[in-house]
Design a protein around this ligand. Sequence first.
Ligand code: ATP
Ligand code: MG
Length: 405
Amino acid sequence: MQYTEIMVRYGELSTKGKNKKYFIKKLSTNIRQALKDFPEVQVVGNRDRLHIKLNGEDGEAIIERLRPMFGIQTFSPVVKVEKSLEAACEAAVELVKKQYKEGMSFKINTRRADHEFEFDTNEINQKMGSAVALAIPSIRIQMKQPDIVVRVEVRQRGIYLSTETIQGAGGLPVGTGGKGMLMLSGGIDSPVAGYLAQKRGLEIEAVHFHSPPYTSPQALQKAKDLAGKLAVYSGTIQFIEVPFTEIQEEIKKHVPQGYGMTINRRMMLRLTDEIRKQREGLAIVNGESIGQVASQTLESMAAINAVTNTPMIRPVVSMDKTEIIEIAEKIDTFELSVQPYEDCCTIFAPPKPKTRPQVSKAEQYEEHLDVEGLIQRALDGIKVTAIHAGETSESKEQELFASLL
Ligand code: ATP
Ligand code: MG
């Protein structure tokens, strides 16, 4: 039996008052984008529910696409049959059989929007219940908290049945919260920060600093692969690579070791903020977590943060590393993050960075640098690539391989 429709419930969206229309429109667009390789699908966003009409497209594959989409609380695949009780009974039996395991209970729950239909709600419940019980003799009928609920809706155009409620990803539709620049390293924390920002509706663009030849092409590719993992939630992510070699060399030459890390980070933040302005973002997202390393003491965060007033979003700021890793595993970034390709911070990290740097000292040391010139040259060297959902170096290699066959 083929699903004819998937019905989506909004959850938190339904509390958004006047903005609700906008949220629903955005969710509809995101779903259309995620399903664009299923050309027959139609997406209709109503006030209470969103309906994805499958028109013959593969329901199971579409269910997998919907699972990670933010703004969906739950969803149910639906089967539509002609408006006859026999057809509805047949479909109910098939649906329940699909889910039934020894010892399970069920009930039929009918709503009748079409009052012309020849049977009333009770009659429908009874007749369909008997049909299921007859087809599966060991099943129990149970009104309170049964294992399987067959929801039946009799409408003008047919009878709709569903038995499954699939948990969605929750959160708010990506893009409803404005745009933020994610500072994406190759580490564990920043991809998790990016995921959590997207969960609350932010569209993110990834800014990554690399320092060739000190950092390898693999380190750059790893960051791109991580962006590919985050693109699952939005369809596409713009990946902005920023050349950072000259800045790091200059800092190493002119700044006392203890302040190298602080000034490195201040330069990264200045650059990210410039890129944000050019690309009309409203905030900066990073993977800082209090106390994790020398650059993440409060004093250090304050000294770095002093270069901008732009709102900083630190989704993992008060999480333990183990909690961050749990999410990294769930979103499948952990394996990539622990690959041993070092990024620019690790390579240039001074042996003893200051854990309590002062803004005034940082400013004083920056006078030894041509801050404006360095920033300008780095901005001139930026490269922007659109990364699509699930795109990794491996998947590209496979594609290439397939095309050679
Ligand atoms: P992560 O696991 O995210 O790399 P971390 O624990 O290694 O974090 P740091 O190296 O101090 O911590 O970096 C703090 C934050 O600075 C990162 O979470 C990230 O947002 C940003 N950052 C660090 N290095 C880079 C880089 N090469 N490109 C872009 N952002 C970076
Ligand atoms: Mg790092």
